[in-house]
Design a protein around this ligand. Structure first.
Ligand code: ATP
Ligand code: MG
Length: 487
């Protein structure tokens, strides 16, 4: 037994040494019963009592007490002894787990235990699509509400878990190499170089925001680098994805043909969670991808992420990380913002990009921003992006006004700004003309004044000349007169 449970990670011997656990093997010889014809469990009670008191046990496991009654045909005695055992254990105040094999037509072989006990859990395993799935179901639990579904469970090195365990601990090798997200403008926002190889990206967004388109870019980029890429699609068939991505100018088909890209479409409801994981395991094993897309990871979890599914996402994320593939998960956000998805997955991924549609003046436009990206200085900007027939395009940040504008509002704003600019330019040229005109007028006046100055100067010269002439004429007249008198 020690050896058997050691493979589940339990060290019973250590617990025994620490006097926390007592193990007793009860063997009953059939011949004993046959000889006496009498049978009761008195001997067992004595042994149990000693063992319980020996370690101060609070819990007891009776592993298949059915064996005690092997070969006993008197069912009346059997039933009364079983009943006595149960009530004795209850009196003793210990919590007891009793295992029993399934009987024909009844849950247990004797059809009694299930009535006497407070809680009954049914476990079985069955073959489904060639894979074994273990399931358990709580049939009853007195005084408590309980889940009524069948839950898949897994037994592995870490014991039993109701959801599949693939955790390999936080020992992932961290690469310093950076790879493209498939969208150059987004790489620029991610510290200028893109994401780390082997890291995980979460892309959340509401319906139709462009998650699949971004995932296609990511896959396309990986294949261009010559990497094998595995695309798990939970909403569309491979053909649909290839057709739809053709619409935005991404040809995934050529990568499929070259066997670099493998698109695995699985209907989320096709199997239980465990089966999904088992399948994903085997596909990853076959394809050995360097890039993995799960689109959308939220589809895997029919109960929603709000409930304890966080641990489940962890397992998927961990499993993919363990393969050291670069991972790209899309998640459908519920409601206008993706807070619900956010809470459970965000801490598990390295880079978290949010897609949103914003409604401004009667239209919805797509914006994107990086909420976090471990180990790099990333942009804090909200960027508008467009889905075009040449793929996802990020628009340059509009810096014209205080707010981030998108779509028509942005176009309108840009036009308004252009009009303002034209108006300012017109105003400038009008003033320039006016000043120039006034300058010209001044110059004209100067010219007039200069002309006047010249005229005046000329007039002055003429006056001077005339008076000189007159003076000369006068003096020559006087000379003539004097000469005639003298004569
Ligand atoms: N050639 C194109 N030009 C512009 N927009 C396009 C073009 N092709 C597709 N689209 C837009 O892309 C949207 C779909 O994008 P995508 O499939 O990536 O979104 P999603 O977030 O994955 O959606 P869902 O939530 O349905 O999975 C379409 O609704 C359409 O508006
Ligand atoms: Mg999609």
């Amino acid at each position: 037994m020690n050896a058997n449970v050691a493979s589940l990670g339990f060290d019973l011997q250590k617990l025994q040494r620490a006097k926390k656990l007592a193990i007793d093997f009860v063997y009953i010889d059939k011949s004993e019963i046959a000889e006496t014809g009498e049978y009761d469990l008195e001997g067992l009670f004595v042994r149990l009592n000693r063992a319980i008191d020996g370690v101060g046990a609070k819990r007891i496991l009776l592993d298949t007490p059915d064996a005690l009654f092997a070969g006993l045909s008197n069912t009346a005695i059997l039933r009364s002894e079983l009943r006595r055992l149960f009530s004795w254990l209850k009196q003793k105040g210990v919590t007891t787990v009793i295992t029993g094999e399934r009987g024909a037509g009844t849950l247990t072989r004797h059809g009694l235990e299930e009535y006497v006990s407070d809680c009954v859990i049914l476990m079985d395993h069955r073959v489904q699509d060639g894979a074994v799935t273990r399931r358990l179901r709580v049939l009853k639990y007195r005084g408590s509400t309980h889940g009524t579904n069948e839950y898949p469970f897994l037994i592995d090195r870490k014991g039993i878990s109701i959801l599949p365990v693939t955790s390999i601990g936080l020992s992932h090798v961290a690469s310093v190499e950076r790879v493209s997200s498939g969208i150059p403008a987004l790489d620029k926002m991610l510290g200028g170089e893109g994401i780390y190889r082997g890291s995980s990206v979460l892309l959340t967004g509401t319906a139709g925001t462009g998650k699949t388109s971004m995932a296609a870019h990511f896959s396309d980029a990986a294949c261009r680098r010559g990497e094998r890429c595995l695309y798990f699609a939970f909403e569309e068939s491979p053909d649909q994805i290839i057709r739809n991505m053709n619409s935005i100018g991404i040809d995934l088909n050529r990568w499929v043909r070259r066997k670099l890209l493998r698109i695995e479409s699985i209907r989320p409801s096709a199997f239980g969670l465990e089966m999904h994981l088992v399948r994903m395991h085997s596909i990853v094993e076959q394809h050995r991808p360097q890039a993995v897309v799960i689109d959308p990871v939220t589809s895997l979890f029919p109960y929603g992420l709000a409930r304890d599914a966080g641990s489940l996402v962890l397992r998927v994320v961990d499993f993919i990380k363990g393969t050291s593939a670069t991972a790209f998960f899309t998640a459908l956000g519920i409601g206008s913002d993706s807070q619900e998805t956010a809470i459970s997955i965000s801490s598990l991924v390295d880079t978290w990009v949010l897609l949103r549609t914003v409604e401004v003046s009667g239209e919805r436009n797509r914006v994107l921003y990086i909420l976090k990206s471990r180990g790099m200085a990333h942009s804090n900007q909200v960027r508008e992006f467009l889905l075009t027939d040449k793929g996802v395009r990020l628009r340059e940040v509009y810096l014209g006004s205080g707010a981030v504008l998108t779509g028509s509002a942005r176009v309108a704003r840009e036009a308004e700004d252009r009009r303002d600019e034209v108006r300012r330019r017109q105003e400038d040229s009008r003033r320039e003309t006016a000043v120039k005109a006034s300058l010209a007028a001044v110059e004209a006046r100067i010219a007039v004044l200069r002309a006047k100055q010249k005229t005046n100067e000329r007039e002055l010269a003429e006056i001077a000349e005339e008076s000189a002439l007159r003076r000369r004429a006068l003096s020559s007249d006087r000379e003539d007169l004097r000469r005639s008198r003298d004569g």
